[in-house]
Write a new protein. Structure first.
Length: 424
């Protein structure tokens, strides 16, 4: 007999207020993918047009009764809403639908998936913090329900996982939040130290950012011959992964894969993951990876840029990289290239276009470089090593006084070589 968990039957619900440029059908399709990633199965989709959500039940009272009948008829386990519900809306809907139906929103669903995918201690702490911040205002009507759901399992059941029953108390939850923030601050200090060390070393840092499932991890693997986990699901990668690579010119750079973004990304999640997203903020260059086969790629680019602005990373130099171009026909690809002449077009899965992308990275890395000639003494062995790793060597010769080298160097390496600069 199979021991695999039975997928929870999920009804997805959306309210169309006409105030977003995202088509309701696309937003609900994305919500359905989130449900599937969390281990559920979508059995029906319902929508309602309203000028604004109803304060008491989010949807209209008649629609709520209609949904309750559908829940009963289709034996639904979970009702997932496409927008964030207030604690009172969630409690009222649960009362209308009746036990044991769970009512969750997009935020809870994303937090649930993050809880599954956090593999490092920092990632797990960040998820716990975001979950507790979400749960805190819902303690009165929700916490005991969630604790009970932990034994039943399934979507939305990982909130407070590993916490004792005593933490039902609001004060203890707040204490736990404060404790998590302190621990994350310590980890962020350590990460900042490591980041500063990379900055001081002169390594050019490139971060991969983009909408979830755009193929960032696959691209990182293709560029660095790595085996970072990559799967065709939303938020397959949660914790940042950094790899180094030597460009053809000899310059060493680092590439960092980061968590994927999504529309309506919860503010608490952005706040909790600021230390992880700091990898983007500290980059010299951001490769904004886009799924070329996605007809809504432009909307997703805007969603990514909004989040980059939230974390103060919107001023960093960016290169738009269209991935999965092998899925386009020649006409569609030509049209995309004509509309985006500064972008780079690749297929990480098929391995084509990567040389062009590396050439573009090299161009960006060398922008602002100066050409100089220096005589590096033999006793400065570390500096010689850095010259070969960080600079583009034009010519070099070992002479009596040391290494005579003419190279293109960035600002930090030019400053290091300044004391040894000679006339050509």
């Amino acid at each position: 007999m199979s021991t695999a968990p039975v997928p929870e039957r999920t009804l997805v619900v959306g309210v169309d207020t006409g105030r977003t440029d995202w088509p309701m059908s696309e937003s609900l399709a994305e919500l359905a993918r989130l449900v599937e990633t969390a281990g559920g199965v979508v059995v029906a989709t319902e929508t309602q047009k309203l000028d604004s959500p109803i304060p008491k039940t989010f949807v209209g009272s008649g629609k709520a009764k209609e949904l309750a009948a559908l829940v009963k008829r289709m034996d639904v386990d979970v009702v997932a809403f496409d927008d964030q519900l207030s604690p009172s809306q969630q409690a009222n809907l649960e009362q209308i639908f009746g036990e044991p139906v769970k009512v969750i929103d997009r935020t809870a669903l994303i937090l649930d998936i993050f809880g599954r995918h956090a593999t490092t201690r920092e990632g797990a702490l960040q998820v716990q913090l975001a979950q507790l911040q979400y749960v805190l205002p819902r303690l009165r009507g929700m916490w005991s329900h969630l604790m009970g759901e932990q034994t039943r399992g399934g979507i939305g059941s990982r909130f407070g996982q590993g916490e004792s029953q005593l933490e039902v108390d609001r004060r203890l939850v707040r204490d736990r939040i404060a404790s998590l923030r302190r621990e994350l601050a310590r980890l962020e200090t350590r990460r900042s130290t490591q980041s500063k060390a990379r900055w001081d070393s002169g390594v050019y840092r490139v971060a991969l950012a983009g909408y979830t499932n755009a193929g960032k991890s696959t691209l990182l693997n293709a560029l660095t011959n790595s085996d970072v986990y990559a799967k065709d699901e939303l938020f397959a990668t949660l914790d940042p992964t950094t790899r180094s690579i030597d460009l053809a010119e000899g310059r060493k750079i680092t590439l960092t894969d980061t968590v994927g973004f999504i529309q309506k990304l919860p503010t608490t999640l952005v706040e909790s993951f600021k230390s992880t997203l700091a990898e983007v903020r500290a980059a010299d260059l951001v490769l904004e990876v886009v799924d070329a086969n996605d007809e809504n790629w432009d909307k997703k680019v805007r969603a990514v840029e909004e989040i980059l602005a939230q974390i103060d990373a919107n001023e960093i130099r960016r290169v738009l990289v269209f991935n999965k171009c092998d899925l386009l026909d020649d006409e569609a690809l030509a049209g995309l290239k004509a509309a985006n002449p500064r972008a780079v077009f690749v297929s990480a899965g098929e391995g084509w276009g990567l040389a062009g992308l590396l050439h573009r990275i090299a161009q960006e890395a060398s922008d602002g470089d100066v050409t100089l000639t220096a005589l590096v003494p033999y006793e400065k062995g570390m500096l010689m090593k850095l010259v070969h790793e960080r600079c583009q060597i034009i010519r070099e010769q070992y002479v009596e006084g040391g290494l005579l080298v003419t190279a293109k160097a960035g600002a930090r390496m030019a400053a290091a070589l300044k004391p040894y600069e000679v006339e050509e």
